[in-house]
Design a protein. Structure first.
Lengths: 227, 112
């Protein structure tokens, strides 16, 4: 598979830059496409030895049709979203082991009874819920910015999925407590609503944290390989 | 031959089977291998291959590692234990399916 031959570093950088311009923004996907295109260019140069690199490259790219990499990029985008939710579910499942489930359930019941008995604590617990949301958003943004620095601004698929999925969750899920705060309606501050919301927010926040940490490890491994 | 029409439903099985026979593989290698084995009758395009690879990776049937090969980064895919199980059950199902197809169409081997 053209094992002995390779394109020059400059030619590889050209393909990488070309893919970037074609909206392949995630470094891990681009690595795959650059490798694939490089192999196709080498195969073409073997067939047409007098063709220079750029002519060979554009001939290869032309074979992708008028939509170019659009198919790959779009498919990838939808896979990324699914991946995010699968990863979140995977972390959540790790949490769902017997002792942790019992502990979570016991704490949830305890929280429910506290909120049921002391009505005065319901509004502060709503504020706590919003604070947890805020903390989770802040932490995610910090992790995202830190991860971006690892490969000089490059983003990985995991990071992309994480920030899109996370903010979608926040946008949808936050509507309930925000509306409750704005209405200030004590009747709606039922412990049966507040308790699961607090528990889900904590579990989701933790799962999201671990996912960003996984993205960090992935980028660090990539960096080590690139050196 | 217009294999594109038929290949979509089998691509996942093809990919898993190829990797199970080669320990680890990268994208371009898979497209070449399919072409080589089938004498060009079946071609796998990048547009079809990479989404399937990423889907299988997401489903934890494949794991991926990046390697630097003389200055060029490459992503290799390997079967996970879960992917191994899919290959085993998939092979049996495919054999049954093709036996059924054989009975419907009374297929004869293609001659050149």
């Amino acid at each position: 598979m053209n094992a002995s031959k390779n394109l020059s570093a400059e030619e590889l950088r050209f393909i990488d830059g070309f893919c970037k311009k074609k909206d392949i923004k995630y470094v891990d996907l681009r690595i795959e496409l650059v490798d694939h295109l490089a192999e196709l260019v080498l195969a073409r140069q073997e067939k047409f030895p007098n063709e220079n690199f750029k002519d060979a490259f554009y001939a290869v790219y032309k074979s992708y049709g008028i939509f170019g990499f659009l198919d790959v990029a779009q498919e990838h985008e939808s896979q990324m979203q699914k991946r995010y939710w699968r990863e979140i579910w995977r972390y959540t499942k790790q949490w769902l082991t017997p002792p942790k489930v019992v502990l979570t359930f016991a704490l949830s019941i305890g929280l429910y009874f506290i909120l049921d008995t002391f009505e005065a604590l319901r509004y502060p617990s709503l504020i706590l819920l919003l604070a947890l949301f805020g903390l989770s958003i802040g932490l995610t943004v910090m992790q995202f910015l830190r991860n971006k620095k690892i490969l000089n601004g490059e983003q990985s698929i995991l990071m992309g999925g994480a920030h899109q999925g996370f903010f979608w969750f926040i946008y949808v899920f936050m509507q309930i407590p925000l509306r409750l705060v704005l209405r200030g309606d004590e009747l709606n501050l039922h412990p049966g609503l507040l308790t699961p919301m607090l528990v889900i927010t904590i579990i989701f926040g933790l799962a999201n944290y671990f996912l960003q940490e996984k993205a960090k490890t992935q980028l660090q491994d990539l960096k080590a390989q690139m050196l | 031959m217009k294999s594109k029409r038929y290949i979509k439903g089998f691509l996942e099985d093809i990919v898993l089977h190829l990797i199970s026979e080669n320990e680890e593989m990268y994208g371009y290698e898979m497209t070449k291998k399919v072409q080589e084995i089938t004498n060009g009758v079946i071609t796998v395009t990048e547009g079809a291959l990479y989404p399937i690879l990423h889907k299988l990776e997401n489903e934890n049937k494949l794991s991926a590692t990046f390697k630097n090969e003389s200055g060029r980064m490459r992503k290799y895919y390997k079967l996970t234990p879960e992917g191994g199980k899919t290959v085993t059950t998939g092979s049996t199902e495919l054999a049954e399916f093709f036996a059924g197809m054989q009975q419907i169409f009374n297929l004869k081997p293609a001659t050149k």
